[in-house]
Design a protein around this ligand. Structure first.
Ligand code: ADP
Ligand code: MG
Length: 269
């Protein structure tokens, strides 16, 4: 079912209300991997922290138009999208203004659809992205709801740690609620296990548990814990640009091809 007149544009929301699970790292490196295979890609930074913007080399002082302006209606996606060092990859950066945006848009009838409507207008203008990924804040607030209401699918990073599954049912419930109300076309895209340390027995157990619990929703690709991945943002670069050969970058490249496959299956369904 595809109710959304985005044409061929696929919109994927990266969400988990826990912080530090790898949402931003996944959003940055998946978009980079997709851009590297000649897709035209947009990353929308919806976290007031702005880590995705920083990680793509957009300094705070350069964020004149941001996702805040898109949500309030002051700017279009076309106006807000900035080029990055990665060819074909654009970012709508975020600023701390986002912290107050809920209050500002809560009075609008379309408060949950602000982002979807902006993306629709963008698609209607004939502008075209193959993929739009949305990096969410660590919360199930109106920003995350906007991201889910705008999306074709949700991608959930889970950190391979003891409490990995904690909070997952609440997140899945939210996805279900959005599907039942705001966005019937929303799919649970998949769960990606991040920061895996093979030397740690607990991590291996977590992978087993999550696969047992979530079955084929879990991607085959597991992202290893890799210091090169954590260093990259301080250089304003995706890990895939910073060190393409490191195990973390290689895993994100594999994840991108797995994701494209799933996208094809979902789009055909
Ligand atoms: P979130 O967006 O969910 O808060 P981040 O993507 O910002 O999470 O990741 C949290 C921290 O973990 C960051 O410092 C990031 O650099 C680090 N990190 C993420 N993925 C990896 C990885 N595969 N290996 C090592 N460090 C990682
Ligand atoms: Mg983040």
């Amino acid at each position: 079912m595809n109710e959304m007149p985005y044409h061929r544009m696929r919109v994927i929301t990266v969400a988990n209300q826990k912080g530090g699970v790898g949402k931003t790292t996944t959003a940055i490196n998946l978009t980079t991997a997709l851009a590297a295979i000649d897709k035209r890609v947009l990353l929308v930074d919806l976290d007031p922290q702005g880590n995705a913007s920083t990680g793509l080399g957009i300094e705070r002082d350069n964020r004149e138009i941001s996702s805040y302006d898109v949500l309030t209606g002051a700017a279009s996606i076309t106006e807000a999208a900035m080029p990055t060092a990665v060819p074909n990859l654009f970012v709508v950066p975020s600023t701390l203004d986002l912290l107050g945006v809920e209050m500002e848009i809560s009075g609008y009838e379309d408060r949950a659809y602000r982002l979807r409507n902006a993306l629709r207008r963008h698609a209607q203008e004939g502008a075209h992205f193959d993929y739009v990924l949305i990096d969410c804040p660590p919360s199930l607030n109106l920003l995350t709801i906007n991201a889910m209401a705008a999306a074709n699918s949700v991608l959930v990073p889970l950190q391979c740690e003891f409490f990995a599954l904690e909070g997952l049912s609440q997140l899945l419930q939210t996805v279900e609620q959005v599907r039942n109300g705001l966005n019937p076309g929303l799919d649970l895209h998949g769960i990606v296990l991040t920061m895996y340390d093979g030397r740690n027995n607990l991590a291996t157990q977590v992978v087993r548990d999550v696969r047992a619990f979530m079955g084929e929703h879990v991607y085959q690709t597991v992202i290893p814990r890799n210091v090169r991945v954590s260093e990259a943002p301080s250089f304003g670069k995706p890990a895939i640009l910073y060190d393409m050969k490191c195990p973390g970058s290689q895993a994100y490249i594999r994840l991108a091809s797995e994701m494209i496959q799933r996208e094809r299956q979902l789009a055909a369904a």
